[in-house]
Write a protein that binds this ligand. Sequence first.
Ligand SMILES: NC(=O)c1ccc[n+]([C@@H]2O[C@H](COP(=O)([O-])OP(=O)(O)OC[C@H]3O[C@@H](n4cnc5c(N)ncnc54)[C@H](O)[C@@H]3O)[C@@H](O)[C@H]2O)c1
Length: 456
Amino acid sequence: MKRRSFLSSGAALGTLASLTAGGLSRPALAAGRDRLRLGLIGTGMRGQVLLRELLRREDVEVVALCDIEPIMLGRALAMTEKADKPRPQSYGQSGDKLAYRKLLEQKGLDGVIIATPWELHAPMAIDAMNAKVAVGCEVVAGITLQDHWDVLRTQQRSGTPYMLLENVCYRRDVMAVLQMVRAGLFGELVHLQGGYQHDLRAVKFNSGDPSKPYGGGVEIGDKAWSEARWRTEHSVQRNGELYPSHGIGPCAMFTNIHRGNRFTHINAFASKARGLQDYVGRKMSAKDHPNAKLKYKLGDVVTTTLACENGETILLQHDTSLPRPYSLGFRVQGTDGLWMDLNHSVHIEGLSKPHEWEDFKRYQDKFDHPLWKKYASAAEGAGHGGMDYFVIHAFVEALKAEAPMPIDVYDAVAWSAITPLSEQSIAEGFKTLPFPDFTEGLWKSRKPIFAFGDKY
Ligand SMILES: NC(=O)c1ccc[n+]([C@@H]2O[C@H](COP(=O)([O-])OP(=O)(O)OC[C@H]3O[C@@H](n4cnc5c(N)ncnc54)[C@H](O)[C@@H]3O)[C@@H](O)[C@H]2O)c1
């Protein structure tokens, strides 16, 4: 069939349907539960966005909240009250950093969402899994390589469900491209790109005023508020791809990583670090402030390359300290064409005019994912253009059905371990390192389950 008629006849979607029927579909679902009792650890800026999604659902009861910052905890409690939901038990008001363990002991808790600073994700997830409380963990999974092995081993030993809440995998255009990849529009995949290219200077510094979490000051650490309290320290102490999952998540799903493919090698380069010092001293006119003299280890642009078992290369860029509009910089390229998100454009040989970009809209409409078709109106108003609805939906539906998590512990640890491995590569002179096989060979036989059909 000619490629143009393949696209226009709907045969591509027919092919998808037969692929699904032919063994790539989700495993049979257990009878499952129809309602979940969930807790939330970390009710800061992100926790509140996720809480809003949980409170909108009829199949979720938010029964426990924990934060050591009373203002954040108070805001979350006010949200549940405003939503006219029963008041959850609350933990952490006294500032006890281990209060979350009390939350984990609460009777009847089915699962917990973790939305705390990065360094707390692994210990909190490990404690939750050991307590048999299912985990939906915000990105990242851990800090050191050992953290990632510990998260994996705990999940394997306990059998407790664990999902990384990587929302970009559910972005509408990303999911349409996934449909196109599965339908073979790009031919055989060869090279992919993604990243986290987001000017975070106003996230990394603020005045410490709880009503202004972004910008308006140059404080970090204890004097600051929200992410500037903890995230900036990572830019001071570490040099690597510090936030890999928004970029690698979709690329890993496109290339079936851990489902017939795997990362084999990694290396990373870091540029010089200028942006943060320059922001504090020159842009914020605070040249005498200690943060204008602080040495930030994080290179302004960190470029990481991964090689895959099936021959694809994946390039990630972390770019958070310089002025720039937001872009994750996706590119999916195969033997028959490519998509790039920056200019919403696509080129498919045989469908597009030779050497010309086409607007992505026609493809977006044609390959819109069944999940988006079904839930677009439910997702309206949800965070990040709706994708936050889908990531919570996926966690809740998989947990209710007692089905495998669509972004599981192998995905979580491999995507997130890019950070310590990129740090090691840079520290050792941009050395190419072997990528650990967290699946220990299982990648050969595992089948794709992410976003097949219209359930989750
Ligand atoms: N997926 C996304 O699009 C997205 C967007 C923003 C943030 N995030 C992630 O969400 C997480 C939280 O980010 P944020 O912006 O909400 O940061 P934040 O600083 O606003 O919130 C973190 C909260 O955790 C609380 N906390 C710290 N230690 C605690 C402890 N021991 N027990 C209980 N609570 C504790 C803090 O008091 C704070 O309220 C991070 O991992 C971040 O990377 C993801």
